[in-house]
Design a protein around this ligand. Structure first.
Ligand code: RIB
Ligand code: CA
Length: 306
């Protein structure tokens, strides 16, 4: 079976760690490059975390360090959700720094895309700063991109602003550039992540499943994206679920734009399901998820890890 080539742009981040495990051990995906972007915690910490995760997974994927701050605004973080290190809960081994490329993430993405015989899918599961810079610095790169499958945005309310989901709230201008790119875009917004829950009985199955399951179970004890009692929200895994099992979603083609001027609403994704803005669709949005199917898929995907 031909594997789908992807580049993952990430800000690990505990839910990023789970999504990376699912992607790296999937027989359907060919992870060509991992790029890091400041978001949950600083660029140095997310890059260190990406390398530590690869060491834990035993995977030798090139990593390129990316943007340390949003395009225009001051940075924010989500250390309240992921811990000061961004990966609280497990005592990782020191990483293999030999995987860290000397290039900036944007240049590594551009080179990887240009060198590939086939188009590559970009999978941003953090703020969109690197992706926006890639599209602005190298406009010719678009013909090498199959799709952008991202976790971000919200059909309704936010989790970092009244109306803003974290990845978009971190860099609204970058998100606006990406949604205006004309590229095929798929969106896994907050709303499906809120239903993609890991309950205590699910988390218990991870412990002893394999070395990755043990690590994820330990991280979940510190993860504050939801609660152990009511369920932990697997936001970033929804982007991988869209690629690997899209049938679990209700998907709608619609127009999406990003508010960048609102003093109270900057970072809001205007997902125009009823066509008020009279614009042609520019994205496929996952508007609902079968939470039972997600749970089965989630645990099965992690069962093949080491
Ligand atoms: O709002 C959820 C998103 O913000 C996820 O990508 C999580 O890792 C944080 O980056
Ligand atoms: Ca993330």
């Amino acid at each position: 079976m031909l594997k789908k080539p992807i580049i993952i742009d990430t800000d690990p981040g505990i839910d990023d760690a789970v999504a990376l495990a699912i992607a790296l051990f999937s027989e359907k995906l060919d992870v060509r490059l991992i790029t890091t972007v400041a978001g949950n915690v600083s660029i140095d910490k997310v890059t260190y975390n990406a390398l530590r995760l690869l060491k834990h997974f035993g995977k030798s994927i090139p990593v390129a360090k990316g943007s340390a701050q949003p395009l225009l605004r001051p940075g924010i973080d989500a250390s309240d959700v992921h811990g000061v290190s961004g990966m609280e809960g497990w005592d990782f081994d020191e990483p293999d720094y030999g995987l860290l490329l000397p290039e900036h993430a944007v240049n590594a993405m551009y080179r990887t895309l240009k060198e590939s015989k086939e188009k590559i899918t970009l999978v941003p599961i953090g703020p969109l700063t690197n992706i926006a810079l890639l599209l602005r610095m190298y406009p010719d790169v678009k013909e090498h991109i199959a799709e952008i499958a991202l976790m971000g945005g919200s059909l309704t309310r936010g989790n970092k602003g009244v109306m803003a989901e974290f990845n978009i709230a971190y860099d609204p201008e970058a998100a606006k550039i990406v949604f205006a790119s004309g590229l095929p875009i798929a969106v896994a917004p907050l709303d499906v992540g809120l239903k993609a829950l890991v309950l205590p009985e699910d988390s218990a199955k991870l412990k002893g499943m394999n070395h990755t399951g043990d690590m994820i179970h330990a991280l979940f004890q510190k993860y504050r994206g939801g609660s152990m009692k009511t369920g932990l929200k697997m936001y970033d895994s929804c982007a991988m679920a869209y690629l690997l099992a899209p049938e679990m979603f209700e998907i709608v083609e619609t127009f999406v734009d990003v508010e960048v001027q609102g003093a109270l609403t900057a970072g809001c994704t205007a997902i125009d399901l009823r066509g008020y803005l009279k614009q042609a669709p520019n994205a496929k949005v996952c508007v609902d998820i079968d939470d039972v199917k997600f749970k089965e898929w989630f645990l099965k995907s992690l069962s093949v890890c080491i």
